[in-house]
Design a protein around this ligand. Structure first.
Ligand code: OAD
Length: 247
């Protein structure tokens, strides 16, 4: 911890890459936990692909609605808050890239979050919207649809097999290439292109530090692994050094 705090103090450009584990202590289930993870209970192919949505729109819509409802009663935890406080304390130093769609970084006050996998609370059109989609209010339903052409509303998240938003990914890749230190927090590191950002940072000469109670698929490139829960570890890692607090 002391060594990593020293690296942090030296790093002029920091990237933080987060995954589901950063929200675990807020009560949001992760994806790959063997017992409680979403993908232990549900099949991604049946719920998180465009084919699944076109085949069973109501089933997929209802599953996302359940997750949206669950998110309304959760709150950012000490890990989200420590990251946001750090970003505000050192403007322009940190780029936060998240795979999470839960909005908890943003709700903690994190400026400029790059949410690579979208936003669970928002919808968008399934097919390219025509003028009718843009001028007529959608008909309520599960899912809502355009009253004229029957185009469907879908959750504004990235599904398996879909490309990430080009602009966001390019910004994240640039930040990873240029950073001096990357913190990889609460992700198993198995989903690309997000996990590739850590490999890119390492290849560019940045130090990579992993915060995760378990082993991850990115441990091979880590300069240090802090085996701890993020809500416990991040406040200690990111708290101001004594000199910073003296006026
Ligand atoms: P995973 O479920 O794959 O991994 C969660 C990670 O969090 C694991 O490595 C856990 O050990 C770790 N973890 C659990 N509790 C923690 C805690 N309190 N503090 C720190 N770490 C903790 O989730 P992601 O890596 O985020 O994609 O998954 C990546 C993507 O796969 C998701 O964005 C989602 C999913 O399919 C899409 O939906 C497109």
């Amino acid at each position: 911890m002391t060594r990593v705090r020293q690296w942090l103090a030296e790093a002029r450009r920091l990237v933080v890459l987060t995954g589901a584990g950063v929200s675990a202590e807020s009560g949001v289930p992760t994806f790959r936990d063997a017992m409680t993870g979403l993908w232990a209970q549900f099949s991604p192919e049946e719920l998180a692909t465009e084919v699944a949505f076109r085949t069973h729109p109501q089933r997929v819509w209802d599953w996302y609605q359940q997750r949206r409802t669950a998110l309304r009663s959760v709150h950012p935890n000490a890990g989200h808050r420590a990251l946001a406080d750090y970003a505000l304390r050192y403007p322009g130093r940190m780029t936060l890239v998240t795979q999470n769609v839960d909005d908890l970084h943003q709700r903690a006050g994190q400026p400029h979050t790059l949410a690579l996998h979208g936003d669970l609370a928002s919808d968008r059109w399934l097919d390219e919207p025509r003028s009718c989609c843009l001028t007529q209010p959608p008909l309520a339903g599960r899912p809502p649809r355009c009253p004229v052409c029957a185009n469907l509303r879908r959750p504004a998240v990235v599904w398996f097999g879909e490309a990430l938003p080009t602009d966001l990914l390019a910004r994240a890749e640039r930040a990873a290439t240029e950073c001096h230190l990357m913190l990889v927090v609460g992700t198993s590191g198995v989903v690309y292109p997000a996990a590739g950002l850590a490999r890119r940072a390492s290849a560019g000469g940045a130090r990579v530090v992993i915060v995760n109670p378990e082993e991850t698929a990115l441990d091979d490139i880590a300069d240090a692994c802090l085996r701890a829960a993020s809500a416990h570890c991040l406040p200690r890692l990111l708290e101001p050094a004594p000199a910073d607090t003296m006026d």
